[in-house]
Design a protein around this ligand. Sequence first.
Ligand SMILES: Cc1ncc(COP(=O)(O)O)c(C=O)c1O
Length: 405
Amino acid sequence: MTYSTLAMSIAESPTLRLNEEARLLRERGAAVIHLGIGEPKNRAPLSAILSAASKLNTGDIKYSPTDGIPSLKKAIIRYTEENYDRLVAPENVIVSAGAKQSIFNILYSILNPQDEVIILAPYWVSYPEIVKMCYGVPIVVRPEDGSFHPRFEEIERVVTSSTKAIILNSPNNPSGIIFSDEFLAKIVDFCERKGIYIIADDIYHKLVFDGKHPTPAYKFSTKDSENTKIIAVNGVAKLYGMTGFRIGWAIAPRKLVQVMTNVQSQVTTCVSPFLQDAAEGALTGLQSIVDQLRLTMQNNRDVMMQELHAFTGIKCVKPQGTFYCLPDFRAYKQDSVALSDFLLKRAYVVTVPGKEFGMEGHLRLSYAGSIKDVTDGIARIKWALDPNSPNEIYIGDKKMIRDWL
Ligand SMILES: Cc1ncc(COP(=O)(O)O)c(C=O)c1O
């Protein structure tokens, strides 16, 4: 049996693979701590649940318009006006099954084979794979100074006549940093002059800490909604902790939205209408839930930083948003895949190898879980790696003795 060469070249999502490994270990009774998790533990907002339930109660769940139900699009337009200072038309909005599908639709709709897409390391694991699925070529730019903040000059250097788009993700998964206004202004101006698309993945844009108010890339565009090269991507997954509802959207010039709608119509027809109702409920309901989530994550971040500061040899840039950090573990091991595997097998802690995000030698740690997950998780990692830490630890009710250092 043979399979598509392209499909066979697509890597499995490492985060989803780790979720499965953790689940299997738990099934066998291991007290696993999941620091790889990409979702907060909150309940979905009541307004979202009620809205979806009332639609389900009608029993009338049928196909809906491919680009999204009008009332959700209206809520997204209001959201865009409030957060991006832009009044867009319904024809500028397309709802998809998560921001992931939005990004796929965009890339599928703009790329010709061999077109290049610039991806800034550290990057979300799915970007290079989605670019490849759309016959494009991912061009990864790594900050030469070893920081996590991209530098304009380094990006400019890799631009060629084949450059079609650049993906910006700020606040950033996995580093948690926010791109500076100065950088965004420069890159938006450059791309709009050169005709290069900017895909601004703003999925974490309200999960920001210490009173910061990052400016979305869209705000730097001097072009109107039909001529801008910026495509803004957002969704309810992270903002409201509604990952399982699978609702994301893109704001783009209407011609592009039409192309994306055609693509989506041939792939998934539409997004489930009662899940769209849930997203509408979240967007139009009480917004204090977002603040609560943000403050919880900020507190978790602080605990994570405190634990990492007390960890000999570990360096970590303080996240300004999201629920991730990307500490440097090179003092212990260069190979992040081997390190992550070792920590899962020996200490039952799930981490995600930095290599998957284009940052070898690092591990992505999530603080989306509980404070206890953070403190116990780091204590276990310390026990597994640091010879100066006590060589006995309790994992669940099992006393574990370290015999490898
Ligand atoms: C940067 C980034 N973009 C997009 C997504 C996907 O969002 P959704 O669940 O809405 O597809 C994720 C999920 O982890 C993410 O980290």
